[in-house]
Structure formats: structure tokens, C-alpha cells
Design a protein around this ligand. Structure first.
Ligand code: ADP
Length: 486
């Protein structure tokens, strides 16, 4: 169960199922004990009635039993027997030495085994008045009985047993279970459905909050706030707390950005001074050779630092929204020609063959010329940097659906699939060990800046790569306004 909604709906259903079960068990218990109490009264009253008939008959006639001419055993006199025929249920009259002298019509109609079970009750040596339960074969089932001792109807009659099946009074566990099994699925399905709807309604504001927070925390909307409901319930407090947190986050981000921008800005001037000083010393005719070599190394590092400070300043200003684009009507061919020029120099140095495909017809776009050039140069220097000598790099442009698609493709070392998701992150490098020196120096900011430039123009940048086979960066830029390339 992935959602709270699903879990709560199932929780409701389980709770309802357990409630139904406990409720049914209590009903069964209460109904059963009440039914048994009624049954006890009934069998007792019946046995008292029979005892009264026998006692009265004995008083009137001096005897209630006669010897059966056929079997030779004792039986009730015909008039008493006919009086008792009217009494419903199982009636057994016991004589001396626990012998049976009368069986009611219902008892006689029982199958042999069941009749015998009743007779065993009647012939039991326990002659005290008592209730009991005897199990007869189906369809009769359990029978509640009462044994009433008789002392005033002559010595030949000792007790009467009166019994009634419980089936008409008590709901049996199987019947209750069947009823539950039939009704429970409907009740539980209804509860899941209603629970699901109710929880959905209850959680709707939570989902709203999640959506809003998602939209806000995309990094650029920290100034936005959640709508706070009027109620001061848990969700109202949650929105309030999240808003306070967003305000704190916004303040810290702003401080951080300001600090980076200020620090980068402050570093720019001393770096420029340092650079021009070193350059002057290098060109001085009296500088000894070993000092010259050291100064060249220092100049290389100072240049790298200046580039890094520049990149940091660009990103910090972009984050602050203080890096406006200087949009101009530009022919893409001009930018591509400039890039091609630098590319041929860089390619030559690295032994990489760079092919820049400059379109024959003009492609008019409304873009920030220097930023787009910076974007292409970032991709191009990377392509050359990560391609071994003797390899190739291609730059192409096509026009699709009002957008210009620029591709920078190389047949270099490629990027591992697991790294693709990170390459646009700031300061991320696949091989951080070689970031400072070595064949591929860099700080890991180039692609972050390229992504910002593409997105600031309303475009996008994507990468496809196969390790050992090469990498392709695809930049899509809108032409700007309603223009079509001519
Ligand atoms: P860097 O200054 O390190 O080149 P980038 O942001 O330009 O910084 O690139 C980040 C990382 O992405 C690089 O360190 C490199 O691992 C990987 N990368 C970028 N372009 C390519 C490419 N064309 N081929 C292989 N790896 C690349």
C-alpha cells in the first residue's frame, strides 16, 4: 500500500471486519443464553404439567400404570396416555428401576440412535431435578431437557423427562457464520469504498500542499508561499510552518548567492592586477629563464582562477536574476563562423579534427550573441578535451518547428550512464582527481552555465552518450518572437 489513503481504507475495512465479528460473537452469546433461559422455563413448565397430570390421575384412580398384555411391561393407562399425547415435544416417563413406561409420539418418531440417546437420559441413575443438553442426530440437533422426579404418583412412576430441540430458539454458530460470510463482503466493500472517498476528501488539502511545495522547491520559486487555510487545524499549522521554513530558506539562499557574487566580484580586480603584473614580468627582457618558467606556470593558474571566478559570478548573478540576456537580432551563421575559427585552433592543438557545419542560408534568431557563443564554446572545448588525438568533433544545426537545434557531437571517451544525471550539476566532474592539473583541467561549472544559458533563452539542453563511443549534446533554442529563419 503506497498511499496513506489506501492504508487507511484497508485499516477501516479490517476494523469494521473485527467489529462485525465481535458484534456477532456478543449477539450469539447473549441471544444463546437468553434462548436457553426461555427453553429452560418451557421444558420445566412442561415437565411440571405432566407431573401434575400424573399426580392428579393417580389421586383420582389410585394408579396410572397398567401392564401391557403383549409385552408384559408397565405402560400408562390408556386415558392418561391419551391425555399426554396432546403435549408437544419429547416426553419420557420413567418407572421403577429406571425402566421406561412412556414415550411421546415425537420421541417415538425419532430414529433409533436418537431415541436411544433420549432413553439413556431418562434411564440415568441420577434422579435429582436437573437440566441438560443431549445431542441428537440431524436434523433435530441439540435438545434441551429437564428431568423432574415424581414421588406422588405411586411407586411405579419415578420421573418425567421433557425435552425440546434448541434449533428453533438458538442461532447455531454455522448459521451465524453463513449469515456473516454472506453479508460481510458487501459491508466491507462498502466500507472500503466509503473510507476511500472520505480519506481522499480529508487528504485533498495535503495533496494540494505537496503539489504547491513541489512547485515552489524547484529552486527558482522560493519567494512563493503556500495558501494558508483560515482554520487553525493540523493542516493550517503545517502550511504556516512550511511557509516559515520557506522564508528562512529564501533568506539563506539569498545570503549565500549574495556572498558568492560579492566574493567573485571582489576577486576579479586583484586577479586582473595579478595577471597584468605577471604578463609584464614575463615580457621583461631581463627576467631569468627559470623565473620565467615559474611565472608562466603562475600565469596559467591565475588564468584558470580568473575563469573560475568568472563562471561563479555568472551563476551567482543568474541565480539572483541579475544576469540579464542582451537579446539581439543575430544570424546564427555569424556565431557558428566565430566558433569554427576558435575550434580549428583548439582542434589543431589537440590533434582533433573539428567540423563545423555553417548553414548556407541565414538563420535569424533573437538571442544573446555572446551567451550563445559561450554555450557552444563550452560544449566544443569539452568535446575536444574528452576526445583523444586523431578523433573527430562535429557541430551541426537544423531548424525544426520554430526552433533551432544545435548538436555538438564527439567520438571521445563518452560518459558512464550513471553519471549522465549529474553532469549539469555545479562542480560535478566524472574524474575529480584530475580537476586541477593534468590533461583535462576544469572546475565542473561549464555545463551548469550552458544549461542556464539554454534555459534562459527558453530552450533546453540534452545529452546522449555511450562510454568509449562518444557524446552528443543537443541544444534547442527558440528562434525568438514569431520569426522563422530565412
Ligand atoms: P569541466 O570543466 O570539468 O569540463 P563541465 O561542467 O563542462 O566541467 O563538465 C562536467 C563533466 O562532464 C566533465 O568533468 C566530464 O566528466 C563530463 N563531460 C562533459 N562533456 C563531456 C564530453 N564531451 N565527453 C565526455 N565527458 C564529458
Amino acid at each position: 500500500m503506497q498511499t496513506i489513503r489506501g492504508r487507511l481504507a484497508v485499516g477501516y475495512a479490517v476494523a469494521l471486519g473485527a467489529t462485525i465479528f465481535i458484534f456477532a460473537a456478543i449477539i450469539y452469546y447473549v441471544q444463546g443464553s437468553q434462548a436457553f433461559a426461555e427453553l429452560d422455563i418451557r421444558v420445566r413448565v412442561e415437565s411440571e404439567l405432566i407431573a401434575a397430570i400424573l399426580i392428579e390421575s393417580y389421586r383420582a384412580r389410585d394408579t396410572v400404570v397398567v401392564r401391557d398384555p403383549q409385552t408384559g411391561g408397565l405402560v400408562l393407562t390408556p386415558d392418561v396416555a391419551s391425555l399426554l399425547e396432546g403435549v408437544p415435544g419429547y416426553v419420557l416417563i420413567v418407572g421403577q428401576r429406571r425402566t421406561l413406561i412412556h414415550l411421546s409420539a415425537d420421541a417415538r418418531a425419532l430414529p433409533f440412535g436418537s431415541a436411544q440417546a433420549l432413553i439413556d437420559v431418562a434411564e440415568s441413575p441420577d434422579t435429582t431435578g436437573r437440566f441438560g443438553l443431549v445431542n441428537l442426530a440431524a436434523p433435530v440437533g441439540p435438545v434441551r431437557y429437564y428431568v423432574r422426579p415424581i414421588t406422588d404418583a405411586g411407586t411405579q412412576v419415578t420421573a418425567v423427562v421433557s425435552g425440546t430441540p434448541t434449533s428453533g430458539f438458538v442461532v447455531s454458530p454455522p448459521r451465524l457464520l453463513t449469515a456473516m460470510l454472506w453479508t460481510a463482503p458487501f459491508v466491507i466493500a462498502a466500507s472500503i469504498f466509503i473510507g476511500y472517498l472520505l480519506v481522499g476528501r480529508t487528504l485533498r488539502p495535503v495533496n494540494q500542499i505537496v503539489d504547491e511545495v513541489e512547485a515552489i522547491t524547484d529552486g527558482r520559486s522560493l519567494h512563493r508561499r503556500l495558501a494558508e487555510p483560515d482554520t487553525q487545524d493540523e493542516l493550517g499549522r503545517l502550511s504556516g510552518t512550511l511557509n516559515a521554513m520557506l522564508a528562512r530558506l529564501e533568506r539563506s539562499f539569498a545570503t549565500l548567492r549574495r556572498f558568492t557574487a560579492d566574493a567573485s566580484h571582489e576577486l576579479k580586480t586583484p586577479l586582473t592586477v595579478l595577471r597584468s603584473g605577471i604578463e609584464r614580468s614575463i615580457t621583461h627582457p631581463e627576467t631569468p629563464n627559470d623565473v620565467m618558467a615559474m611565472l608562466e606556470e603562475t600565469l596559467f593558474e591565475v588564468n584558470r582562477m580568473a575563469e573560475l571566478v568568472d563562471s561563479l559570478l555568472t551563476l551567482a548573478r543568474a541565480d539572483e536574476g541579475r544576469a540579464p540576456l542582451h537579446l539581439d537580432e543575430v544570424d546564427l551563421r555569424e556565431i557558428l563562423s566565430e566558433v569554427a575559427e576558435t575550434a580549428s585552433i583548439l582542434g589543431e592543438q589537440a590533434g582533433v579534427d573539428v567540423e563545423v557545419d555553417v548553414p548556407r542560408d541565414p538563420v535569424h534568431m533573437r538571442v544573446d550573441r555572446s551567451r550563445v557563443r559561450q554555450l557552444l564554446m563550452n560544449l566544443l572545448t569539452n568535446a575536444i578535451k574528452y576526445t583523444a588525438a586523431g578523433g573527430n568533433v562535429w557541430i551541426n544545426s537544423t531548424f525544426e518547428d520554430g526552433r533551432v537545434v544545435l548538436t555538438v557531437r564527439d567520438a571521445g571517451i563518452g560518459i558512464a550512464p550513471g553519471d549522465l544525471a549529474n553532469i549539469f550539476d555545479r562542480f560535478w566532474r566524472a574524474d575529480p582527481a584530475r580537476s586541477r592539473t593534468g590533461a583535462r583541467p576544469g572546475a565542473g561549472l561549464g555545463l551548469a552555465i550552458s544549461k542556464w544559458i539554454a534555459e534562459a533563452h527558453g530552450g533546453s539542453i540534452e545529452v546522449q552518450s555511450r562510454p568509449g563511443r562518444g557524446t552528443t549534446f543537443t541544444v534547442t533554442l527558440p528562434v525568438g518572437r514569431d520569426q522563422e529563419p530565412t
